[in-house]
Design a protein around this ligand. Structure first.
Ligand SMILES: [Mn+2]
Length: 287
């Protein structure tokens, strides 16, 4: 999967989380395709829609053959070839199947990268999508040279102080409502300045919120600008997080989803909380 010569480019929209810098091939990753190149074949991985892939690919995607490899049930099937497996815990598993099918050996380098895909998309083998198949694939990748202890340390125990500082500031805004069924918190630009952090460092905060006993729905509001707010949603109850986010133009999985709302923090918070409360109440009336 590495860029070999000038024929293959590996593109990931920024920001690239720095904890992944240990991945073999990380140095080959580019944000945008170099100018003047004209790829005929573009693979998309783990991208529910074309917009998620960053602006760089859109101009080449207009005439290249697109292969869309994903596991989001909400995938918009934008590819010329769509390989969508909603039962895969991580797209890395679909990649394993493709490598097996086409007869490519899984090297230690490939195993390490695919293991990280599996580890992170199952929340460290803790989410509901930690299926026997996910554990079997993890075991196979470990046998092929992925080092689970080393990888877990690199992914989960290399956080900068600024990340924890930001987490502390955000968690201090936490509100728990509806008898403990709903919890939410905010990350503002002011907190980023105070913690000397960037927004990408807020990634783990939603999972801390989602660790409260008895919780059904966790929401994190992220103030990107004065008129753009991102939300991350986690559900452990009857609410479909993907459906909730879809009503704000986003998407994802039933248990984990997100959306970008073109409104300021205050207005976005009001709208989303009111929809979230309604969704929670709707699940209780179905019981
Ligand atoms: Mn994924």
């Amino acid at each position: 999967m590495r860029s070999q010569g000038k024929d293959v480019w590996v593109l990931v929209p920024p920001p690239l989380p720095p904890m992944y810098a240990f991945l073999p091939g990380f140095e080959d990753i580019q944000a945008e395709p170099p100018h003047g190149i004209d790829p005929q074949l573009v693979f998309f991985f783990d991208s529910g829609n074309l917009e998620r892939s960053g602006s760089g690919v859109r101009r080449i995607a207009s005439h290249a053959t697109l292969v869309n490899v994903d596991h989001h049930p909400s995938n918009s099937r934008f590819g010329d070839i769509n390989i969508i497996d909603p039962d895969a815990s991580a797209v890395g598993q679909t990649v394993i199947e493709m490598l097996d099918h086409f007869g490519y050996a899984i090297t230690r380098t490939i195993a390490t990268n695919l293991y990280v895909a599996l580890l992170t998309d199952t929340g460290g083998f803790r989410h509901e999508n930690t299926t026997p198949r996910a554990l079997e694939d993890g075991a196979r990748l470990a046998r092929l040279g992925a080092d689970p202890g080393h990888i877990a340390t690199q992914v989960y125990k290399m956080r900068p102080e600024t990340t924890l500082k930001l987490s502390g500031l955000a968690l201090a805004t936490m509100r728990v409502e509806m008898d403990g069924r709903l919890a939410w918190a905010k990350v503002t630009r002011r907190m980023l300045r105070e913690a000397n952090a960037v927004m990408a460092e807020s990634e783990g905060i939603i999972d801390t919120l989602n660790s409260i006993a008895g919780l059904e729905l966790a929401i994190l509001f992220k103030e990107v600008s004065s008129d753009l707010t991102k939300i991350s949603v986690r559900s452990r109850g009857g609410v479909d997080a993907a459906a909730l986010c879809a009503s704000f133009g986003g998407g994802g999985h039933i248990r984990a989803a997100g959306a970008e709302i073109e409104k300021g923090m205050e207005e976005a918070t009001k709208l989303v909380l009111s929809a979230a409360k309604e969704a929670i109440l709707a699940t209780s009336s179905q019981r």
